[in-house]
Design a protein around this ligand. Structure first.
Ligand SMILES: [Zn+2]
Length: 420
């Protein structure tokens, strides 16, 4: 599509800096947990930006925010983009934000260019992409796509043992959680602009990554119960040390991920709580938090089964009770060929270097792909660093990503051949 599009880099950079200041951490670190006071202040500030651009704003019962630019055929399924603004403790200012403020700038750039959408264009600001508060990620997009039932309103709790229902209602988002679900065919396409959170684009001096697949994530808790005792008084024979058993399991998990037959299998034991955690006491109980991912969902499940078997064996040989509690086990997602084509042709119009890439982190797009043809646009981030205060993306790269997004949205907005 022949169009002259200019991205207002200076304003976008200022907006990214301003949003980063809504934070509970000392700069440059950012902490913005969903439904915290800073999150709510950030939402209010963003809403003012949306309204100032003559866009309509709708919020659903969990606080997902839909910013709409009405097309000439408002009855047709809209084209959508979006990402999240919540930030894990002591992280950076680009993860998620680039897709929200970049999405807004894409819309504004199209407005300035004189473009008029045929299908409406929507920007979605998702609630709780990060698992920080409720232990599970992508709550907003899981509810939208029907992956989570409305009953999580009562079952999900934060560390203060307050339910999602209590927390969201206090934040001003009331109503039935079942109403968050979008009907299939609500969107004709969904695209998410995001930093890569990996080193590939920077290493290869490529500005745009066109995401073909999103790896399948799974996470689970393992509780090991043994027998405590005095570290001096209890002799080694017959001990049932829960931490020694956990150590065996941790190494087994690493080994099973390494021997899956593919480099795409990754497993991480990221948390380990030891009870009673005293230097002169035998650990009686250990709780591990495990993250397992793969681009191939079946291979991921085979490794998961092998981990269960290893736990069973360790349980028998060490006389330790081992329980596993799955937090999530989602299938992988493949991008829509139609959306990939739109992104690819935007890159060639702009003569910008691009390559296809797999997303190893998961995003709201993983769940949006259940209800809409979906893909993602990646831009480089310095040294592949993310979820750290020194996370950094160059404004020139961000601007290229925003223009690719704008052109893709414009093309998909004018495609009337889709009837869904
Ligand atoms: Zn993100």
């Amino acid at each position: 599509m022949k169009m002259h599009i200019e991205i207002d880099k200076q304003r976008l950079k200022q907006e990214i800096d301003t949003l980063a200041a809504f934070s509970d951490a000392v700069p440059p670190a950012v902490t913005r947990v969903v439904f915290s006071e800073q999150d709510l202040r950030a939402r209010t500030w963003l809403k003012q930006r949306y309204v100032a651009s003559s866009l309509s704003v709708r919020e659903d019962a969990v606080g997902n925010t839909f910013i709409r630019w009405e097309g000439s055929h408002p009855d047709l399924p809209a084209v959508a983009t979006g990402s999240h603004i919540d930030a894990i403790p002591h992280s950076g200012k680009f993860d998620g934000v680039v897709g929200v403020l970049g999405g807004l700038e894409a819309v504004r750039a199209l407005q300035r260019s004189g473009f008029r959408p045929v299908r409406s264009i929507e920007l979605v600001q998702f609630t709780a992409e990060e698992p920080t508060r409720f232990g599970i990620g992508c709550i907003g997009s899981r509810l939208m796509s029907g992956v989570l039932p409305a009953s999580v309103d009562q079952t999900l709790q934060d560390s203060s043992v307050e339910t999602l229902e209590v927390v969201r209602t206090r934040a001003g988002f009331g109503g039935d959680l079942a109403s968050v679900r979008l009907p299939e065919g609500y969107y004709s396409a969904f695209l998410e602009l995001h930093i890569e959170q990996g080193p590939v684009l920077e290493r290869e001096h490529v500005t745009i990554g066109i995401v073909t697949d999103i790896a399948a994530p799974a996470s689970f808790l393992v509780t090991l119960e043994g027998q405590g005792g005095h570290a001096g008084g209890t002799l080694m024979p017959g001990r049932r040390d829960a931490l020694c058993a956990a150590s065996e399991l941790i190494l087994a998990i690493e080994g099973l991920a390494c021997s899956s037959g593919a480099v795409d299998t990754v497993a991480t034991v990221g948390t380990c709580e030891v009870h009673p955690s005293a230097i002169n006491s035998i650990p009686s109980r250990v709780k591990l938090g495990v993250d397992l991912r793969d681009t191939d969902g079946e291979r991921r499940n085979r490794v998961l089964d092998a981990i269960k078997n290893a736990a069973e064996q360790i349980s028998q040989t060490r006389q330790i009770q081992i329980q596993m509690e799955m937090l999530n086990a989602d299938p992988p997602a493949s991008s829509s060929p139609r959306v990939l084509r739109a992104i690819t042709s935007a890159c060639s119009e702009m003569e910008v270097a691009s390559r296809q890439i797999v997303s190893r982190a998961y995003h709201d797009s993983l769940f949006m792909s259940r209800i809409a043809p979906t893909s993602m646009i990646f831009i480089p981030c310095r040294s592949g660093v993310s979820h750290r205060p020194d996370e950094y993306a160059d404004i020139d790269d961000i601007a290229v990503g925003v223009e690719v997004l704008a052109r893709s949205l414009a093309e998909l907005s004018c495609d009337l051949t889709w009837t869904n």
